[in-house]
Ligand binder design. Sequence first.
Ligand code: AVJ
Length: 320
Amino acid sequence: MTSLERHLDERDLARSLRADVRDGLAADPKRLPPKWFYDARGSRLFEDITRLPEYYPTRTERSILTANAAAVARITEAKTLVELGSGSSEKTRLLLDALLSRGTLGAFVPLDVSESALAEAVEGLSVAYPGLSITGVVGDLTRHLRQLPDGDSRLVAFLGGTLGNLVPAERAAFLGDLRATLHPGEWLLLGVDLVKDPAVLVPAYDDAAGVTAEFNRNVLHVINRELRADFDPLAFEHVAVWDADREWIEMRLRSVRAQRVHVGELDLTVSFAAGEQMRTEVSAKFRRAGLAGELAASGFALRHWWTDPRSWFGVALAQA
Ligand code: AVJ
């Protein structure tokens, strides 16, 4: 029992990439949104990142979910699991297994922008969970939440710390939208990376093997291919900095020399000064109290909070 609902196609994606690149390269300072890292190569590089010794979030969140998935199932008794930005199905399986043991679950609804990644995940899960109704939704989590299938007793999982890719105003809009699609009493399971010593944070985004640097530069390969641009990725250096005031990691690309880049599809030429830095990602880090406040402002009540022994990562269970 599987199906796919499409709210996005190649033309929508191409249109939004063009708009993001046009706006981002015209901004001062220049910026590109992190969602364009994830073509097939970028998704593979991100999978590699999750296994790096310095990148603690994935394995830390997994340990928290392993310890608490049964509690999530007992508390929520969810009939439908919705997963936003579904990604690695390993964590999904922890939740599916717990909800199936509890006996409440009937349906799984993964939402992702990548139709190929989604189709693959749906295929794999339909074999492992033959009795489950699975509806993949191809969509953008900042635009298509309202199109999620209606239901009762839904649990929406948004894991991995991806909420941190949104700046505060975007988070408020996203959480407000999500709250508006849920009925009172339905649940949100949110995984967030926590504020900690920059000596731990910075290497997680600037690993010794250079995988994150390659991931960061991948956005230039994507733009070259999709928009007929001529970025020389090796003329840009990876930068990761901790912004202590805003409590986020910022990834940037630094132009090693003065250079001009042409973007054929946009009929656009842009100049970079030597040393100029372009922001490619914000990865915000949270504190329990701050997150509880953001949730409350959007109409969610924080009901449970789980963390690891070092308090490096947090998993929040909130109720609409
Ligand atoms: C997938 C957004 C959670 O911010 O840690 C990993 C992406 N960027 N290394 C994160 C990422 C650099 C990751 N998220």
